[in-house]
Design a protein around this ligand. Structure first.
Ligand code: UD1
Length: 429
């Protein structure tokens, strides 16, 4: 198993271009199931997660063709015919979001059998809201032996669904099914994450009728068929936020490009409050920090969009480990999402976790050590901490990182970071 080795202490100087958003790409890929015409996705990130899902789509008979076009990396998905509507455990367990093929398979063919998901080990992460919503759209749902079987031989039926709490996955999954239901579906208390807006706009460009995009109420008038389109994946706001924090942690000056700065305002506001200099540009931000000046501890609470993203919590915690004072980080979205805290502790951070809250007492120095990635976002937080730690930090279980960060070592090294991948065995300890 590969490891990432970081020698801390180098300031970052240069430019980091942001890739297409993983969390958008994998939902857009699922939309390809809905049409027998080609869906061409540009600005496609090449990640372990997009690869997994591509393999699953191929299992359904969908042709997946990667290429480099005039707009960079692209992938063509062509679901001329759906030859199978079975998603086996071995493929779904590798990535939780692959469960979301259930709704579009059902909408396109009237039946599907999909394994219950695996995914990052952050909390229990059930899919009850997804299943309830599909049942409300008229599907007969049955669960046995770890699989969900769904039937809607006469198509799905539009209805009103009010989610009991905000769920990104359940909103997008229901949307993917409702676009081809008979009649109108109203989704209330819908998630407003930018990736859902990206999916909804792509569906509209495929012929879907959706109103209320980017609000918490989506009104979907079902259509009988959708057509192909070309769609550019929105820039990855979590990748952008991660590199902004990395630059602040290491110090120096980094220009982040090909991004949408307004999508991470909750983070940049907190970074500014902590003393980081952030200058918005047309397609990103410039992050500056003099590493001889200590940052100030600030408190953060994760919220649904447009609040502070839970996917940036681990990175911000890494930043706070060296801040002056005490920072309280409150995790509202996922239970058990502090598994990075003991790993940061191995580098010398002082973090006390109690229930959904972490108290970070800033220290003056971190010291490199072997650590282990526990989930996707936690893994980048360890790399970030390693950038400012004295000596060498090695991060094991890098497969978590490869799920969501494209060419991470290359992007950081181009700015002067001393980061390299070590091929081989072991989990880094
Ligand atoms: C998505 C993102 C993930 C991000 C999260 C929150 C993708 C592929 N992943 O995950 O990176 O951290 O949004 O912004 O886009 N829940 C239930 N029952 C359900 C569904 C969710 O109880 O049926 C709970 C979850 O356990 C969690 C909360 O609702 O506590 C929010 O989860 P949700 O918004 O659905 O996150 P994901 O779509 O899984």
């Amino acid at each position: 198993m590969d490891r990432i080795a970081i020698v801390g202490g180098a300031q970052l100087k240069g430019e980091i271009p942001i890739s297409g958003a993983k969390n958008s790409a994998i939902k857009l890929m699922a939309a390809s199931i809905l049409t027998d015409e080609p869906l061409r996705l540009t600005n496609m990130p090449r990640l372990a997660d997009t690869k997994f899902l591509g393999r699953l789509l191929e299992q359904f008979g969908i042709a997946v063709t990667e290429s480099n076009g005039p707009d960079g990396q692209e992938t063509l998905f062509h679901a001329r015919e759906i030859s199978s509507t079975f998603a086996p455990y071995d493929l779904v367990r590798q990535m939780r979001a692959s469960f979301n093929v259930l709704g579009p398979l059902l909408a396109r063919t009237g039946h599907a059998k999909v394994s219950l998901p695996g995914g990052c080990t952050i909390g229990a992460r059930p899919v009850d809201l997804h299943i309830e919503a599909l049942a409300k759209l008229g599907a007969q749902m049955e669960m046995s032996e770890g699989y969900v079987s769904a039937l809607a031989p006469n198509g799905l039926q539009g209805t009103e669904i009010e989610f009991p709490f905000v769920s990104v996955g359940a909103t997008e999954h229901t949307l993917l099914a409702a676009v081809m239901a008979h009649g109108t579906t109203v989704l209330k208390n819908a998630a407003r994450e930018p990736e859902i807006g990206d999916l909804a706009r792509c569906l509209v460009s495929m012929g879907a009728k959706i109103e209320g995009i980017d609000t918490d109420t989506l009104v979907i008038e079902g259509v009988t068929s959708l057509h192909g389109t070309t769609w550019s994946v929105i820039p990855d706001r979590i990748e952008m936020g991660s590199y902004a924090v990395a630059a602040a942690m290491a110090g120096g000056e980094v220009r982040i490009t090909k991004a949408r700065p307004e999508l991470i305002q909750a983070l940049t506001d907190k970074m500014i409050e902590a003393g980081v200099d952030i200058e918005p540009t047309a397609d990103g931000v410039i992050v500056r920090r003099d590493p001889t000046q200590r940052l100030k501890a600030v408190n953060v609470t994760t919220e649904v969009y447009p609040g502070f993203a839970t996917d940036l919590q681990a990175q911000f915690m890494a930043l706070m480990t060296l801040a002056e004072g005490e920072s309280v980080i409150h995790e509202n979205i996922f239970e058990n999402r502090f598994m990075h805290a003991p790993e940061l502790g191995r580098l010398g951070a002082e973090i006390h976790v109690h229930a959904g809250e972490a108290r970070v007492v800033g220290v003056e120095h971190l010291k490199g050590a072997p650590v282990m990635a526990t989930d996707l976002r936690a893994s980048i937080s360890l790399v970030i901490a390693g950038l400012a730690a004295e000596g060498e930090t090695t991060v094991g279980r890098v497969y978590h990182l490869d799920r969501g960060f494209e060419r991470m070592e290359e992007k950081l090294s181009a700015c002067g970071a001393r980061v390299r991948r070590i091929k081989g065995d072991g989990d880094g300890r």
